[in-house]
Design a protein around this ligand. Structure first.
Ligand SMILES: Cc1ncc(COP(=O)(O)O)c(C=O)c1O
Length: 450
């Protein structure tokens, strides 16, 4: 029998055996997920699914990270995962990694230094309704909206949130009647962003309740309508569709930026939501902002964030401010030695190229797939008539393929099926925002389907 070295005590052996057992159990769990829900939503009901845009990514991350650690600096790819030796192209979620190239080229311009004694207080600006709003962040938000022309900021209060997701919940809290015995109905026209139903209902709040497709909404009394424009998943410009009095509107304008859609006029709403996740691609910073007309609504939204997270990371706000500043500089100095092209020129051309390639591939599919057609419109930012290039492709499988998500999964392409958006399962949503290699692989797989 092999002799155990003297520095190994019984305690060491016990710890070693425990570690081996834990790693074996983890492996079994991950292997099970690979067989089951990891690569699809077969076990996730559309209405009950929680935080749908990130859930699949988390599970994929778990699976891919079982043998290597996840570091924030590493370019963790959740777009490709192994399945019996072959890589799956994962375009189920809208992770905006395609912007990495631009930011890498920009280099040190966005680097900031945060010292040990910075950002220590809870408070940022006691003069603002949103007392945790960093003034520099607010300044750059207003500056960029002015340059892009996509939102009216005059007479608006800026409320910052941990992503626009937190601000959506804050808006629900602020707009729900305080004294009512019944939760207010929350509606959005289908196909709607797949996270809205679960975000609205996951806490079983007595204040608000998801009531589904706004097109079929017939209830009496107050309601909240969510308008996502351009829309996730189908990319169309949206307006309110409930034709009743007593409604409050939340405009989710995450994609109202010049790389996705022509900027027709500054949004002039009571409550609009924006996020760096989709405008600049910095989803990991977790910063969003609301432009709110009514000070009382801004106050209640601020209260929600205070009760929820006692403010929003100052470090993240400072970083977001720097990124917005560089985007604004790139627009003002486009063509200079500092900025060959503006961020929006770069991203517009990339989206244009991707959509062109996708339309070509789809047109050669012999009618298996089809895509929405968009009307061109004048873009006040680019000063010309342009086609929309949405962040997602709302792809339809031909009649006879009832479940497009499963069909594509069979060809090693992961997408999100129509039912998650309150629509038919003959549709899927495909992210257009992933890295070049993943997107190329997607086109290759799609073109091989006959
Ligand atoms: C329409 C829409 N709103 C909000 C969000 C969430 O944004 P954030 O990352 O700022 O929470 C997303 C993310 O996919 C989205 O598509």
């Amino acid at each position: 029998m092999a002799k155990i070295p003297s520095f190994f005590s019984l305690k060491h052996l016990l710890v070693l055996s425990l570690a081996l057992n834990v790693s074996l159990i983890m492996r079994v769990v991950f292997e099970d997920e690979r067989q089951g829900p990891l690569f699809g939503f077969s076990l996730i009901k559309p209405r009950g699914s929680s935080m749908a845009d990130t859930e699949a990514s988390q599970r994929t991350l778990l699976a891919t990270s079982s043998s290597s650690s996840i570091s924030s600096s590493a370019k963790t790819s959740i777009a490709e995962v192994e399945d019996s030796g072959e890589k799956l192209v994962n375009l189920d979620h809208g992770d905006p990694t395609m912007y990495e190239n631009y930011w890498e080229k920009i280099g040190e311009k966005t680097t900031i230094v945060i010292r040990g004694w910075d950002s220590m207080s809870y408070f940022s600006d006691l003069k603002s309704i949103c007392w945790f709003l960093e003034p520099e962040f607010a300044k750059q938000v207003v500056r960029l909206h002015k340059i892009v022309g996509n939102a009216e900021t005059q007479g608006r209060h800026v409320v910052v949130g941990t992503g626009s997701s937190q601000l959506y919940l804050a808006a629900l809290f602020a707009l729900s009647p305080k004294e009512s015995t019944q939760p207010i109905h929350v509606v959005s026209a289908a196909p709607y962003y797949s996270s809205y139903p679960s975000m609205t209902d996951y806490q079983k709040s007595g204040l608000h309740k998801w009531a589904g497709d706004a097109n079929n909404f017939t209830e009496m009394g107050p309601y909240i309508e969510l308008i996502t424009s351009p829309n996730n998943p189908d990319g169309f410009v949206r307006h309110s569709c409930v034709n009743k009095t007593g409604g409050a509107m939340i405009y989710d304008l995450a994609y109202y930026w010049p790389q996705y859609t022509p900027i027709s006029s500054p949004a002039d709403n009571d409550l609009s939501l924006f996020t760096v996740s989709k405008s600049t691609g910095h989803a990991g910073i977790r910063i969003g902002w609301a432009l709110v007309k009514d000070p009382e609504v801004a106050r209640r939204m601020t209260k929600f964030v205070e009760l929820n997270t006692i403010g929003v990371s100052k470090d993240s706000q400072i970083r977001a401010a720097k990124i917005l500043e560089v985007v604004a500089d790139s627009c003002e100095q486009s063509g200079s030695s500092d900025f060959e092209q503006s961020f929006f020129e770069f991203s517009y051309h990339l989206m244009e190229k991707r959509w062109q390639q996708l339309r070509e591939t789809v047109s050669k599919s012999g009618g298996i797939f089809s895509l929405p057609q968009f009307s061109p419109a004048f873009c006040h930012f680019h000063s010309k008539v342009l086609q929309p290039h949405p962040a997602f492709a709302w792809l339809r499988c031909k009649d006879g393929i009832e479940d497009c998500e499963s069909f594509l999964k069979g060809h090693k392409i992961l997408t999100r099926g129509g039912r998650h958006f309150g629509a038919s399962s003959s549709y899927v949503r495909v992210s257009m925002l992933d890295r070049d290699d993943t997107y190329k692989m997607f086109l290759k797989r799609l073109s091989s389907i006959r």
